[in-house]
Design a protein around this ligand. Structure first.
Ligand SMILES: [Zn+2]
Length: 472
């Protein structure tokens, strides 16, 4: 039987809900059967409950990371790509190294990324994995689900891949044989039959996710793939409009803008979310809002690759479901939801101010309402669960899954803070994670993952990194 917990005396609770409901007045949470059974103040412990004293702590819903590439955890800060923009970076880093990811190496990389995320308070991860070559000697999908399960995390496989070779990888050094359309669809169907769960508090889900759909599939396959996914009840995901190259390509080859191309090919809707969406015309933004298509906003990766700033606040105002992804560690040298959220908060406020200009009539300062901490928390919790389709996850309310992070505020960083609850997001740095729970199970205790040998993982990372470089 699942363990029962009473968490009490918390300094504050962020619910993950929008607007006035963003902060709860509860200080105590009772957890039973994997869900939040009761919230309030002064709750009394019941027989058999494990009591967690959260004095000097603040509680957030477990973060939901909606776009990642776990294999890249062994490709951080590659010198050939550290100053590059997207196209040259793709060639110098993920494409250049991807052949080296056999079963053992992928497992080590996935474990590093998942552990980093978990220690930042992230309990749900959607991994966009696109290393699926015909004839591979291992089942990457099964491996990734296994690694997430071993850590007690919710996991969604965004099943990537391509049926054509894109120009950027069309050299002997970088070439990987694509799948046929039939191979891709059959593999997704098999993976979904084995892993995709429906209904409240699912632990495993699958999405159909051709890597960058405007170049990964020929035009006549877009609708086929979208219809196949919908017939299986799977959502759709892809990279989109990450850099200006997406626009240049679509204008030249498809004679329209990227989101217009998706609209023409049944690739928009409430069951679709797209990573990045940095460069958008007003018409494209309206298409996204009207169709309820979501965004996985990855601000650190977009900054690192000099792509630009996605208009996430404006998209939210148009009705686009906004979520947060850390993207792969090859373009964001940490898989850390806290640093991503701290950055997102500052970035959009800076951006709002940077867009204002002095005018003779005087408009004054602007940007106060660009984005709030409560909004950032909502995007990274309930927003994420919504785009991924994890029902009953992403908010702290009675009946919801007990996925939560309890951060310790007993650190000089937070001394003097008038509103200590905002500390983990507002003050930056890595907060100490007293506990994290996923589905009512303790997955982090005293800032450590129970049963994980970190020294061994570090040694494995070193060994695999050396081997990767030797093989080049
Ligand atoms: Zn990505």
């Amino acid at each position: 039987m699942a363990q029962r917990f009473l968490i009490r005396h918390a300094h504050g609770v962020f619910t993950g809900l929008p607007g006035a409901q963003a902060r709860g007045d509860a200080t105590d949470l009772r957890i039973a059967d994997g869900v939040i059974a009761e919230m309030g103040r002064g709750l009394r412990s019941q027989e058999g409950e494990c009591v967690l004293d959260a004095s000097d702590c603040v509680i957030y819903p477990g973060w939901v990371n909606t776009h990642h590439h776990l294999f890249q955890s062994l490709l951080k800060g590659v010198p050939a790509g550290i100053d590059a923009t997207l196209g040259p970076w793709l060639q110098a880093v993920p494409f250049a190294f991807r052949r080296g990811f056999d079963e053992k190496r992928l497992r080590v990389a996935a474990r590093i990324g998942l552990v980093e995320l978990l220690r930042s308070g992230c309990t749900t991860v959607a991994d966009h994995h696109y290393l699926f070559q015909p004839g591979a000697d291992h089942d990457a999908a099964a491996l990734l689900f296994e690694e997430a399960q071993a850590l007690g995390m919710r996991f969604m496989l965004l099943r990537g891949g391509a049926t054509v070779t894109r120009q950027l990888e069309d050299s002997e050094r970088l070439h990987q044989p694509p799948e046929t359309l039939d191979q891709m669809l059959a593999a997704v169907e098999r993976t979904a039959a084995r892993f995709h769960q429906r209904g409240p508090r699912a632990r495993r889900r699958v999405a159909m996710a051709p890597t960058s759909v405007h170049v990964s599939l020929p035009r006549d396959q877009l609708k086929v793939v979208a219809r196949a996914a919908r017939s299986l009840g799977l959502p759709l995901h892809s990279h989109m409009s990450e850099s200006v190259a997406y626009i240049e390509y679509c204008r030249e080859v498809h004679d329209c803008l990227p989101i217009e191309y998706l609209a023409d090919n049944e690739w928009l809707g409430a069951d679709v979310w797209l990573a990045h969406l940095v460069h958008l015309s007003p018409r494209e933004m309206k298409l996204l809002g009207d169709s309820g298509t979501g965004i996985a906003h990855c601000p650190q990766s977009n900054a690192r690759l000099a792509d630009g700033i996605a208009p996430a606040p404006a998209l939210a105002r148009l009705g686009v479901p906004v979520s947060i992804g850390v993207d792969g560690a090859a373009s964001n040298e940490a898989a850390d939801m806290i640093s991503e959220l701290h950055f997102a908060w500052l970035l959009h406020r800076a951006h709002a101010g940077a867009q204002t200009r002095p005018r003779p009539e005087g408009e004054g300062e602007a940007g106060a309402d660009a984005v709030t901490i409560e909004q950032i928390v909502h995007w990274a919790t309930a927003g994420g669960a919504q785009v991924l389709g994890f029902e009953g996850v992403g908010t702290l309310q009675v009946g919801q899954a007990a996925d939560l992070a309890v951060y310790d505020l007993d650190d000089p960083r937070y001394f003097g803070l008038h509103d200590p609850g905002i500390g983990p997001i507002a003050s930056g740095g890595r907060p100490r994670l007293r506990w994290a729970l996923c589905g009512g199970e303790l997955v982090v205790e005293d800032d450590a993952v129970p049963g994980l040998d970190l020294a061994r993982l570090r040694a494995q990372a070193r060994e695999e990194l050396r081997a990767l470089l030797r093989e080049r």
